[in-house]
Design a binder for this molecule. Structure first.
Ligand SMILES: NC(=O)C1=CN([C@@H]2O[C@H](COP(=O)(O)OP(=O)(O)OC[C@H]3O[C@@H](n4cnc5c(N)ncnc54)[C@H](O)[C@@H]3O)[C@@H](O)[C@H]2O)C=CC1
Ligand SMILES: CC(=O)C(=O)O
Ligand SMILES: [Mg+2]
Length: 360
């Protein structure tokens, strides 16, 4: 198969769909890979590094989209990319279609077969192609929250770990999955006081074991979340219902329960966000304020640490990408875990949770 890698074009997105090492694996398996010139610039990989892996470098994204049988990307295609996709072509990337009907329509109109990283499932449960970026974003969320708490950034001016004689910040984590666990680990490491909320009792039990009292767990209801908001300096939004738009766990009226200039970091923004007042922001202008509360809602957080993120992503996507390159879209029919990844095919949304969430 001819596999194509365009340079990412989303705001401050420096990751790349395939690393030179991954290109080498595709080529060793008998595939050809074309890479847009400078696609690896954000991870300090040159065109020569890609050539050494076996790739052919082409001058434009247009050429990649026109020639490749499968496009491997990181972020959802942007409007000028939708129109270059075509029937019979495979797109393998993050899509997050549930809160994005315009993109869904663009991909349906293009006729492309689009496999979304975030809805591929794992043999032991979980979302193996979302997990590595959730690890990155979870860890980054505490750095983002700590930065936003600083006075010159509009925040309350609380230091995460406090100092002897002064209380640490209180961090409330909504959702104790991959993002939430990594966020809690970083917050605990900085010495913050940490509460983790989830709806799954088995998950809360695992977290209780894991943190050994350094973070406390709470069952997630509207009432318990309201109680936690009043003391919070930073709230991390990390819930997920796979394929669906995130539930709004904090309505606007609850912002008044919070301390002035506290911070909300909505990692779940790519699924629409779990705070009513969230709207996607970019690395260029990551925060805004509503009712005295600072909101950080960057939808491609791992793009800020592209070296770590591109390698972590490729480690997870490589076997699935190779299967698609080998067997085409039939690989989805043959693998019950890759099948839920197929979101768009022959002009239709074919993942039930995504279709339902879009109202299609
Ligand atoms: N903004 C960004 O750059 C990035 C965003 N993400 C997003 O972060 C979100 C979380 O991802 P993961 O941690 O991998 O998901 P996950 O599936 O590992 O964890 C989600 C957790 O939320 C819990 N949950 C569901 N409903 C809940 C409720 N009402 N209250 C409390 N907990 C609830 C689930 O039980 C589960 O433990 C996703 O939307 C994902 O797309 C992930 C990576 C990067
Ligand atoms: C998961 C996702 O949306 C990201 O890594 O940007
Ligand atoms: Mg995202």
């Amino acid at each position: 198969m001819l596999v194509g890698v365009p340079k990412e074009i989303k705001n401050h997105e420096y990751r790349v769909g395939l690393t030179p090492e991954a290109v080498r694996e595709y080529c060793a398996a008998g595939h050809q890979v074309i890479v847009e010139t400078n696609a690896g610039q954000g991870i300090s990989k040159t065109d020569d590094d890609y050539r050494a892996g076996g790739a052919t470098i082409v001058d434009s994204a247009e050429e990649v989209f026109a020639r490749a049988d499968m496009i491997v990307k990181v972020k959802e295609p942007q409007p000028n990319e939708w129109v270059q996709l075509r029937e019979g072509q495979i797109l393998f990337t993050y899509l997050h279609l549930a809160p994005d009907p315009d993109q869904a329509k663009g991909l349906m109109d293009a006729g492309v077969s689009a496999v979304a990283y975030e809805t591929v499932t794992g043999p032991g449960g979980g979302l193996p192609l979302l997990a590595p970026m959730s690890e990155v974003a979870g860890r980054l969320s505490i750095e983002a929250g700590a930065m936003a708490l600083r006075a010159h950034n509009g925040g309350r001016g609380t230091l995460m770990g406090g100092v002897p004689g002064v209380l640490p910040a209180k961090v409330v984590v909504l959702g104790g999955g991959v993002v939430g666990t990594q966020a809690a680990r970083m917050a605990v490491g900085l010495g913050a006081s940490v509460e983790i909320f989830d709806k799954s009792l088995p998950r809360l039990r695992q977290l209780d074991e894991m943190f050994q009292g350094r973070a406390v767990t709470r069952y997630s209801t509207a009432g318990t979340i309201e109680q936690a908001l009043s003391g919070a300096d930073v709230v991390i939004g990390a819930v997920l219902i796979p394929g669906a738009s995130a539930p709004h766990l904090v309505p606007r009226e609850d912002l008044k329960l919070m301390k002035n200039r506290a911070v909300l970091v909505d990692v779940a923004i790519d699924q629409g966000g779990c705070f009513e007042t969230s709207k996607p922001t970019t690395h260029e202008d990551p925060t805004y304020e509503v009712d005295g509360i600072i909101h950080y809602c960057v939808a491609n957080m791992p793009g800020a640490v592209p070296l770590t993120s591109s390698y972590a992503l490729n480690n997870a996507t490589l076997p699935y990408g190779l299967a698609l390159a080998e067997r085409g879209i039939a690989a989805c029919e043959e693998d019950p875990h890759l099948l839920p990844g197929l979101n768009v095919h022959q002009g239709k949304i074919v993942n039930a949770a995504v279709a339902e969430s879009l109202g299609f």
